[in-house]
Design a protein around this ligand. Structure first.
Ligand code: PLP
Ligand code: ZN
Length: 406
């Protein structure tokens, strides 16, 4: 059974709408991102009938009664129920005794975005749509292309000029069409919006489509279960558009509403110093000022985050914080993660660990507080990014040339 939607509420003006009527608030336009609200008494009753721990489905669909759709069964590749790790050697290296990593690199297209695309694809297929589209810095696109292909939904993808080539070809292998737009992610987003209107495709643009955050929410539902029905002190999230972080907050708030827990975590938003509009808006307690983004962490190079209101609200409500990290710090974190845990993260994903490290150094996160860092995407999506931060030992065919490096 799925959750029953009672309405979609605008994050800007708080007007409420019937599900299915609009994708964004007609009063506020694209600024009026909607938030899905459910019949929580009904959700509570179904959780009582079938407690979380008793579920057999090892995917995001184990939480169907907290989601707007229950998925498409085994037709779609398996998304979610990713490992939660605690590597003491990593904690020791960072002087942090309660550090956990949520490894979302193991999703079908190798990023957390699969959680959101799974919802979009399932809902589109359920209503019999033939085509779906999105603009993306890369990962949302590849996840949409990968999951759509498995259920015979045509995917039309708009990406910026700067997309790393591994991401481009991963998605090009699966998508119906890939449009590489002369310009930034913002330009790709605007063109996708026009094309969607022109050809009537389903809209998977995350910040716009309110149901996608519901999929991202499952990451923290899993964390809660995997920690033995406990809420961590902190959840650390690399932030671009602000959808992932909003989703994590919604997960914990809903767990609280249905009586699973009384505790809530604090959220730490991490952005690259070269593109940190949400960090700055949080620090200045102000509205968002768009920036010209510049960082090698392409998945969070979002100068004009669509979901900044929800993200800032989540940060403030949770008593959380926000930090910026340099590209150098991100690369260092990526290598540390590899060396200490064997996880290979793309720059945006390594930014989470870099931010957690900084927050501990700044005393924002105490060294014994339980922090879960979301490792949001695989390093195989952009392996060249760390080329200058790692060493490859070139040798001849003789032993001496090996010995030289030891
Ligand atoms: C999309 C993405 C993010 C940021 O998510 P937002 O919802 O845009 O804030 C972080 N890391 C990776 C790997 C991503 O693909
Ligand atoms: Zn509104």
């Amino acid at each position: 059974m799925t959750a029953e939607i009672t309405g979609l509420v605008c994050v800007k003006c708080a007007r409420s709408y019937h599900a299915g009527d609009h994708l964004v608030c007609p009063h506020c336009g694209v600024e009026g991102i909607l938030d899905v609200e459910y019949d929580y008494d009904r959700m509570k009753a179904s959780l009582r009938r079938e407690p979380l721990g008793r579920r057999e489905d090892l995917s995001i669909w184990r939480y169907a009664d907290m989601l707007p759709t229950g998925g498409l069964g085994s037709r779609m590749r398996r998304v979610g129920w990713t490992p939660l790790y605690s590597f003491s050697q990593l904690g020791s290296a960072l002087g942090h005794s309660a550090l956990f990593l949520k490894d979302d690199t193991v999703n079908p297209s190798a990023s957390l975005k699969d959680r959101a695309s799974a919802i979009a694809v399932a809902m589109a297929a359920e209503k019999g749509a033939g085509a779906i589209a999105c603009a993306s810095t890369g990962n949302a696109a590849s996840s949409l292309a990968v999951l759509s292909a498995s259920v015979e939904l045509r995917s039309y993808i708009f990406v910026p000029q700067t997309i790393p080539r591994p991401k481009l070809f991963q998605l090009a292998a699966c998508a119906e069409r890939v449009f590489r737009v002369q310009g930034t992610y913002e330009d790709a987003f605007d063109l996708a919006t026009k094309a969607i209107a022109a050809w009537g495709w389903e809209n998977r643009n995350c910040a716009i489509n309110p149901y996608l955050v519901e999929g991202k929410k499952t990451c923290s539902l899993e964390v809660y279960e995997q920690m033995g029905y406990r809420v961590p002190d902190w959840v650390v999230v690399p932030v671009g558009d602000g959808c992932i972080i909003s989703g994590q907050w919604k997960a914990f708030k809903e767990l609280k509403i249905v009586g699973e827990t009384t505790a809530l975590p604090r959220l730490l938003a991490v952005q690259a110093d070269g593109c940190r509009p949400i960090v700055d808006a949080f620090a200045n307690d102000a509205d968002l000022v768009p920036v010209e983004g510049n960082t090698f962490a392409d998945s969070i190079r979002v100068g004009k985050p669509r979901n900044w209101r929800k993200a800032l609200k989540a940060l403030r409500e949770s008593g959380g914080s926000a930090v910026g990290v340099s590209d150098g710090e991100i690369a260092e974190a990526a290598v540390l993660l590899g060396r200490k845990t064997g996880l290979f993260a793309e720059p945006a994903a390594a930014a989470g660990l870099a931010g957690c490290r900084k927050a501990v150094e700044l005393g924002l996160i105490k060294s014994d507080e339980v922090a879960v860092v979301l490792v949001t995407g695989s390093g195989l999506k952009d392996p060249e990014a760390i080329a200058n931060s790692v060493r490859v030992c070139d040798t001849g065919r003789d032993l001496e040339s090996v010995a030289k490096w030891l």
